[in-house]
Design a binder for this molecule. Structure first.
Ligand code: SF4
Length: 552
């Protein structure tokens, strides 16, 4: 074990996304007010540390994104004067796509009404928030990831950051620097969807909610198009083609200023066909006549993919342990019906900050004190927002038509619907086994290079880069399964579900071999979620690696 430098903090926040930054900023403001009132003990914002694994704040932040500003308004009341808001929503609609036609619904269903919301770049917004946080004296460390939790008693006492300068065989290089041991009175996990530390914590202390977490995968491209092709402020959500009606999913098209359009496909990660390829489905989506015309003469600017925790209230883990809180996407704060999580992430961060202030003032960061976070969540607007959609995603388990029937009953019964609570299963359990000869290493979608692209071209547009000579951050716990059982049973779905072409079944001397192109990874976590045997464990790579979602 290398000798580690030890640092002590009052509060350690892992992840500089909207939840983590809102927690840091609100806590700093509360500490300032507390100190100004002359109350004891005096607290310092310098004892708040934030870790961000991206090369800079915002680099790993990806969303559609249409933001409901409610949370941000509470955090930064005058946000409209300085926040990088791209454009207010001026027109919203839902469209039904068949292969050749697009039908606009005559009225926009309430969950898809977006007037009053803003189309934003989440990357730019978090970068701006990060600047506000740093001005308060908080220590924000980019290019540092939380690799392991420090357990103490029945809770946690901080994290160990990743070792830097380790080669692909696990040996120290000349620039080897051991990770820091960061101890804190309160550690806040704000890692985003399927956080690797959150996964450890939930598993160790059995914090799971009523349902396992269920996910969707969002794949997005940002395009520059000729003037007049998409009005800024136009928001459309699409149903139907190319998403099979037996699946959960749909598209989005958001018109931004400067003739840019953000478009994507969100697909439930509980599909049955192990050979389904979400990236290819998204490429197909762009060939619809409505989109083809919109994108004609334009060019791809950026690409990204991320998973969304869609289980909502019933998939929420216990959010507190001794010395620890879980917030934001990591704790299931996302409304899957409205496709909105930024406002909930910010609010959850603020409520965590209020809870932490009480813990620091009383000197008691036990689970008993931190449990008031859950009470605050239940007393806030988060509860009615999530409670009304508590059965929403599960209702689509048997396809879109059944889902719409369930959604209609849920709409008129305040979320209860026909079955409450509606149970869910982990997405990887939904695969059907293959009924045929083993498939692996086949031809993959290439695209035309103008409207549609292969995955490597898209990865290039995600700005992803990693140090090549480092241990693989995609741990295959039982590699034999990949060449023995998986080809026959599921056809190696890792080759299909990964939107960054990381997994490749190669043939060497006639034998199958799993090749992992880890440096392509855009950190979406789909493999950790959808591997049928749950033998892929995504762990943090060296800090600073990963995508660069600047402007996304
Ligand atoms: Fe996503 Fe896993 Fe592929 Fe990385 S390797 S891009 S986390 S599916």
């Amino acid at each position: 074990m290398p000798e580690r430098e030890k640092l002590d903090a009052d509060v350690l926040i892992v992840g500089a996304g909207p939840a983590g930054l809102a927690c840091a900023l609100h806590l700093s403001n509360l500490i300032r007010q507390h100190n100004e009132s002359g109350a004891k003990p005096e607290l310092s914002t310098e004892n708040i540390y934030v870790l961000e694994k991206g090369r800079e704040v915002g680099a790993h932040q990806l969303s559609g994104a249409v933001m409901d500003p409610r949370g941000l308004k509470e955090l930064v009341p005058d946000f409209e004067t300085s926040a990088p808001l791209d454009t207010p929503v001026t027109d919203d609609c839902v469209m039904f796509f068949t292969e050749k036609s697009a039908l606009r619904f005559p009225i926009t269903p309430p969950p898809f009404k977006n007037r009053g919301n803003y189309i934003i770049s989440l990357s730019k917004l978090t970068k701006w928030l990060g600047g506000l946080v740093e001005k308060t004296g908080v220590n924000l460390f980019t290019q540092f990831a939380g690799a392991n939790l420090i357990y103490e008693g029945e809770g946690i006492a901080g994290v160990i950051t990743e070792d830097k300068g380790v080669d692909k065989n696990g040996q120290p290089k000349d620039n080897f620097t051991p990770g820091y041991e960061l101890r804190a009175k309160v550690t806040v996990l704000a890692e985003g969807t399927r956080g690797s530390l959150t996964k450890q914590l939930v598993s160790k202390y059995k914090l799971d909610g009523l349902n396992p977490q269920i996910y969707a995968l969002g794949i997005k491209e940002l395009w520059e198009v000729p003037a007049g092709h998409v009005p800024p402020g136009f928001v459309a959500h699409t149903m139907g083609w190319p998403v099979d009606m037996k699946m959960y999913g749909g598209g989005f098209i958001y018109g931004m200023k400067e003739n840019r359009v953000s478009l994507g496909l969100v697909l439930g990660l509980e599909y049955h066909d192990p050979l389904f390829d979400p990236h290819e489905a998204f490429q197909q989506f762009k060939t619809h006549p409505f989109l083809k015309k919109m994108l004609e003469g334009g060019k791809l600017v950026r690409y990204g993919a991320k998973t969304l925790p869609e289980g909502g209230w019933y998939s929420m883990p216990r959010t507190f342990v001794d010395g620890g809180l879980i917030i934001g996407d990591s704790a299931s704060f996302l409304n899957s019906q409205k496709l909105k999580g930024i406002n909930l992430a910010i609010k959850s961060g603020m409520l965590a900050a209020e809870t932490i202030l009480d813990a620091l003032k009383s000197g008691d960061a036990s689970a008993k004190t931190l449990s008031s976070f859950q009470k605050k969540v239940e007393a806030s607007w988060i509860k009615p927002d999530l409670w009304a959609v508590r059965n929403f995603h599960q209702g689509f388990h048997n396809g879109v038509w059944m889902g719409m029937i369930h959604a209609a009953f849920q709409q008129i019964s305040g979320g209860r619907g026909l079955v409450d609570p509606m149970r869910a299963h982990a997405g990887h359990e939904a695969y059907y086994k293959l009924d045929g000869p083993p498939l692996a290493g086949g031809e993959r979608f290439k695209g035309d290079g103008k409207l549609t692209f292969d995955r490597l071209t898209d990865v290039y547009h995600s700005g992803t880069r990693h140090e090549e000579d480092q241990p693989c951050h995609l741990n295959i716990l039982e590699p034999d399964i990949c060449i023995s059982r998986c080809p026959q049973e599921y056809g190696n779905p890792c080759e299909y579900f990964c939107p960054a072409a990381v997994y490749e079944m190669a043939r060497e001397d006639g034998k199958l071999k799993l090749k992992i192109n880890a440096s392509n990874c855009v950190h979406c976590k789909t493999c950790d979620i959808m591997d049928p045997y749950q033998i892929i464990n995504w762990v943090v790579p060296e800090g600073g690696g990963g995508p660069n979602y600047e402007g996304m």
